[in-house]
Every structure is written in structure tokens, then in C-alpha cells.
Design a protein around this ligand. Structure first.
Ligand code: PEP
Ligand code: MN
Length: 292
């Protein structure tokens, strides 16, 4: 089921590109559609919202701020993959209900993480896009389960995964018949310690070279520092990303999770202004709400 493409001069070291995600398997790029938003077109899609859904007020206020600044998809984790079992694990189904309410109020489609095969149906019933987190990129039963759905999947790169392993994980989903997959570069582990992860922006042109799937970047987990997020967000768009997923919190200093890397609504609004200029400079646009 795999085609070896060792002769491609752009594939350094030789990367076996699986057949279904392979760019050569299709005439053009895949456009993923979620709640009326097209990801993978000329327009760069900005996804934003809190790391975790914490309270109704926190989510609604943040969602309104994201929408006002021009974000077109709302993020928020209800089931959280926390490194420590003693940290906030998310609100679970209650969080999904708040996401549903925020979507109804703002009109923004939502993306939220699913960590467990037993919860795929439940989470899919609430969300527009299912997120598979970095820690689950190689959870093959989970990949197969979301592959059986006909719903977009945002697949994050494993923190220790090569491009080839990342593409093979996406192949698991496509292999089950679900082609609506968005690849997300979110940083990998290296020897560097000043940043939370090393954001591999070279993955953007490489993934787009090898695959027809849309590629987005997460500069929040990719750096771990709020002050670095705008620079890397702009660099990602310049590098050809089809979208960004950015952590925004209405009160970052009070966040239960990842406040140190979350933008305030003001910071996010300023970044959106800059992103429009960067997008224009590279022949793209930032996706806009239809009513704007
Ligand atoms: C997240 O986006 O909330 C998250 C946990 O990210 P990652 O899986 O990339 O660590
Ligand atoms: Mn987070």
C-alpha cells in the first residue's frame, strides 16, 4: 500500500510517502470543509480559543473576542491530555455543551480533542472538527475510529515523530475512507530547552510538497511563550501554512492550562492585523467571516 519515492530530490534521506496522502495521488490539493469554512484554499484559516474549556463565561467571552478579531474557527479542549494526572483534566461533556453554546452564539465552527476510542461518537456529536493530539498521533485504534467517520480531523504531529511517521498516521485515517484530514505542525522535542518545543516550520513546505492535505501550524504549543507566538505565527503564514491554531484566553493570567502561551484578546487582535499583511505579501488572504 506504500509507494517508495526515494528518487525525489526534495526528500532528504528518503521518505516513503504513503499512497493515499501522497500529493501524486490527486490532481489538486484537498480542501477540508468544516461548518462552512474551507481549509486548504488560498485563504488562510485562523483557529483560536482557549487551551481548555474552563467555565461557560470563560469560553463565551473568549469566543466573542476571537470572532471580533477575525478568527473563523473556535478551539477549546474538553478532554485534556495533561502530563500530570493531578492537573485539570477538562470539563468533559459539560465542556462540549459549552462549545455547542459558543458555536450557536458566535456562528464559529468548533474543534476539540478526542483522546479515547470510546468517546469518539460522543465528541463527534458536538464538534465540527475532531482533534487528535500530539500524544495520540500513533494511537492507531483511535486513528482508525475517526477514519470511519465522515467528519474533519485535525491531526497534530507527534512530538517525537518524523514527517514520515506523521504522514503514515494520516494515512490510517484516509485508509478508512475519511479524506478530511488537516495536518498540524506543533513543534517537536529537540535538545533545546528555552522553548517548550522546537517549531519545525520546515515541515510546512515539506508536508505540502509530499501531500495534498492542508497544513496548519500551532505556534502556541510550538514555542510555549506568549511573546513568541506572533513572530512564529507570521513566519508560518510566510512559509505557506494553510492556517494557524492559536491559544487565546480572555484572562490569560487566570487560565487553568497554558496561560503562559495564550494571547490576550488585544494581542490576538493586533496579530490578526499583521497576519493580513503577511498573507497578502505571499499571495494569500486571511479567511474572513461572510458577514464582514
Ligand atoms: C492542544 O492543542 O490542546 C494540545 C494539547 O496540543 P498538543 O496535542 O499539540 O500538545
Ligand atoms: Mn494547550
Amino acid at each position: 500500500m506504500e509507494s517508495n519515492d526515494y528518487n525525489d530530490p526534495a526528500v532528504i534521506g528518503g521518505c516513503s510517502v504513503p499512497v493515499r496522502v501522497n500529493r501524486k495521488s490527486k490532481a489538486g490539493p484537498t480542501i477540508v470543509e468544516a461548518g462552512g469554512i474551507r481549509i486548504g484554499s488560498k485563504e488562510v484559516v485562523i483557529i483560536a480559543g482557549p487551551c481548555s474549556v474552563e467555565t461557560r463565561e470563560q469560553l463565551i467571552e473568549t469566543a466573542l473576542a476571537v470572532k471580533n478579531a477575525g478568527g473563523v474557527i473556535l478551539r477549546g479542549g474538553a478532554f485534556k491530555p495533561r502530563s500530570s494526572p493531578y492537573n485539570f483534566q477538562g470539563l468533559g461533556e459539560e465542556g462540549l455543551k459549552f462549545l455547542e453554546e459558543a458555536r450557536a452564539l458566535t456562528g464559529l465552527p468548533v474543534v476539540t480533542e478526542v483522546m479515547d476510542t470510546r468517546l469518539v461518537e460522543l465528541v463527534a456529536g458536538y464538534t465540527d472538527i475532531l482533534q487528535i493530539g500530539s500524544r495520540n498521533m500513533q494511537n492507531y485504534p483511535l486513528l482508525k475510529e475517526v477514519g470511519r467517520l465522515r467528519k474533519p480531523v485535525l491531526l497534530k504531529r507527534g512530538m517525537m515523530s518524523t514527517i514520515e511517521e506523521f504522514l503514515l498516521a494520516a494515512e490510517y485515517i484516509l485508509n478508512q475512507g475519511n479524506e478530511q484530514v488537516i495536518l498540524c505542525e506543533r513543534g517537536i522535542r529537540t535538545f533545546e530547552t528555552t522553548t517548550r518545543n522546537t517549531l519545525d516550520l520546515s515541515a510546512v513546505p515539506m508536508l505540502k510538497h509530499l501531500s495534498h492535505l492542508p497544513v496548519i501550524v500551532d505556534p502556541s504549543h510550538g514555542t510555549g511563550h506568549r511573546w513568541m507566538v506572533p513572530a512564529m505565527a507570521k513566519a508560518a503564514v510566510a512559509a505557506g501554512a494553510d492556517g494557524l491554531i492559536i491559544e487565546v484566553h480572555y484572562k490569560p493570567e487566570e487560565a487553568l492550562c497554558d496561560g503562559h502561551q495564550s494571547l490576550s484578546p488585544d494581542e490576538f487582535t493586533r496579530l490578526m492585523t499583521d497576519l493580513r499583511k503577511i498573507a497578502q505579501a505571499v499571495g494569500r488572504d486571511i479567511y474572513q467571516h461572510e458577514n464582514k
